[in-house]
Design a protein around this ligand. Structure first.
Ligand SMILES: [Zn+2]
Length: 286
């Protein structure tokens, strides 16, 4: 997730990092194309994108991105990641925080272009100002009301994003369990449909919170680590690629192709270097 351009100062450092990531992704894309030529028979893959807000000034840009997805005829409902056909590459869309700008600017586009999507809702924050997104969202951005969430079209799947959007690993085991379990129960009672998917606020998770999600009955949990889904049945923990309506078109093309999925390799290297210098063992996602 990157901050809405209007609410953050331009930073040469941030711009340089963006260019470096773009350059590496181009190289990774070329490497993947060669790999496909060498090994034409391969398992199905899926890139799961995650958005947050879609502010009104960026509705057209978002629509442009969705037209690219629609033209590729590769968009799938997230529940199909367990059954990816061989030799195909699919795209699944998710939206965290269930914001009003998603309902007002993204949903009409998704419905018109017949693209399925999943929104992850914070079950105790309906109609609230999303304080956790301060510095990222327009100040007027709000979380959808429960009535708005309930009136979303059926092509929009709903998952849980906890009760209050905390850093789960900073909570006690009991408190984290309540956020995970009760948010599911509250959304099911509100929507009268099963809630089987969960995404970690702030991308913050560890082995303990993953286990608690399994015990709470979720079928998949979603992180912010850009990992491609590959093979017949997806892992319980599914990675996603951060995407925004203000992404450059080249960035967007590379993201939907899975070319930003090199980042976990470098993150693992950085974690190992840090662990070596600090002398501590690293935790996944901490
Ligand atoms: Zn969130």
């Amino acid at each position: 997730m990157s901050a809405t351009p209007e609410v953050t100062k331009r930073s040469p450092t941030r711009f340089s990092i963006r260019i470096i990531k773009l350059g590496i992704s181009i190289l990774y894309f070329v490497r993947n194309r060669f790999y496909c030529l060498l090994f034409p028979n391969r398992t199905g893959t899926c890139v799961v994108l995650y958005y947050h807000n879609v502010p009104s000034p960026y509705r057209k840009r978002f629509e442009q991105q969705m037209r690219i997805v629609a033209d590729k005829k590769a968009a799938i409902d997230i529940t199909r990641i367990d059954d990816l056909p061989a030799n195909t590459h699919s795209i699944a869309l998710t939206f965290d925080d269930a914001l009003e700008s998603f309902a007002e600017n993204a949903v009409p586009v998704l419905v018109r272009l017949r693209i399925p999507a999943t929104v992850f809702a914070v079950a105790d924050a309906f109609g609230c100002n999303p304080g956790w997104g301060e510095g990222y969202y327009f100040p007027k951005e709000r979380v959808m009301s429960s009535a708005q969430l309930g009136s979303l079209p059926y092509s929009i799947n709903v998952g849980s994003h906890t009760l209050t959007h905390p850093y789960l690993t900073a909570l006690s085991w009991e408190a984290a369990g309540e956020e995970i379990k009760f948010s599911r129960e509250r959304l099911e009672a509100l929507l009268h449909r099963p809630i089987t998917l969960f995404s970690f606020p702030h991308g913050d998770f560890n082995d303990s919170t993953v286990r608690q999600c399994q015990e709470a009955g979720y079928e998949h949990v979603f992180t912010t680590e850009p990992v491609l889904v590959s093979g017949g049945r997806a892992q319980f923990v599914v990675g996603r690629v951060s995407t925004d309506p203000w992404d450059w078109l080249l960035e967007f093309y590379l993201k939907i192709a899975g070319a930003y999925c090199w980042q976990p390799y470098t993150q693992a290297v950085v974690r190992n270097i840090r662990a070596r210098f600090s002398g501590k063992k690293t935790l996944r996602g901490a």
